[in-house]
Design a protein around this ligand. Structure first.
Ligand code: G3P
Length: 229
């Protein structure tokens, strides 16, 4: 059962549907995250596929996130992701509106509200600073800015599009200073992570740089060290 509380700065590792990050391998990533957290004190959460959530949450103390939930309640909603079921599986939070799982603005608002009712931490992904400002009004715990064209490229948003990160921080904090800002896309090493923090981000959302790394422990440790300043 995951018991470590999400803190900031945060590294959120999205396992997506990568073959390297499913089933038993998802559990291994969560254990790696726990080891890096113990070594560095940097908060690390793992977003796993729906079918893996319970097993990953049971396997160690790493905070576990769903990659998506639906704004439904108990009842007749076959095939949906019920926030309460995600919480009961031992998860601490959920991603919403990832660039690979987009939902309309009104559904983002409803999903944030429903996820909060189930006591889930909400991290909403957006692709522009304007969208970041709009979503901040829904009061999620965090907004992750990710330019889709950089996702999975290894070209870090914090270096290739620094203004997108700093403008998003400004847009979000203007609406609600309590909402944290993460950034993601192409971040693979400690230097990229440090650059993100310098731009005002309070954490990073990463996938391929860790999930597909030859040595995921080393990759994650490098990211965490970069965030230690
Ligand atoms: O959710 C994280 C993500 O979309 C960034 O992916 O592979 O560029 O780290 P990646």
């Amino acid at each position: 059962m995951s018991v470590i509380i999400v803190q900031y700065p945060l590294i959120l590792v999205n396992l997506k549907t990568y073959e390297e990050g499913m089933g038993q391998r998802a559990i291994e990533f969560a254990r790696i995250a726990e080891r890096v957290y113990e070594k560095t004190g940097i908060s690390i959460a793992v977003a796993a596929q729906a079918v893996d959530l319970g097993a990953v949450a049971d396997s160690c103390e790493t905070p576990v996130f769903a990659q998506h939930v639906d704004p439904v309640t108990y009842g007749k909603y076959t095939g949906h992701m019920l926030p309460e079921a995600v919480a009961e599986a031992g998860c601490e939070g959920t991603l919403l509106n990832h660039s690979e799982r987009q939902i309309p603005l009104n559904v983002i608002e409803a999903s944030v509200a429903r996820a909060k009712e189930a006591d889930l931490v909400t991290v909403v992904c957006v692709d522009t600073p304007d969208k970041a400002g709009l979503v901040a009004a829904f009061e999620p715990d965090a907004i992750a800015i990710e330019p889709p064209e950089l996702i999975g490229t290894g070209i870090p948003v914090s270096k290739a599009r620094p203004e997108v990160v700093s403008d998003s921080v400004e847009a979000v904090k203007k609406v609600n200073p309590k909402v944290k800002v993460l950034c993601g896309a192409g971040i693979t090493n400690g230097e990229d992570a440090r650059a993100a923090m310098k731009l005002g981000a309070e954490g990073i959302l990463v996938a391929s740089g860790v999930v597909k790394a030859e040595d995921p422990y080393k990759a994650l440790l490098d990211l965490a060290r970069g965030m230690q300043g």
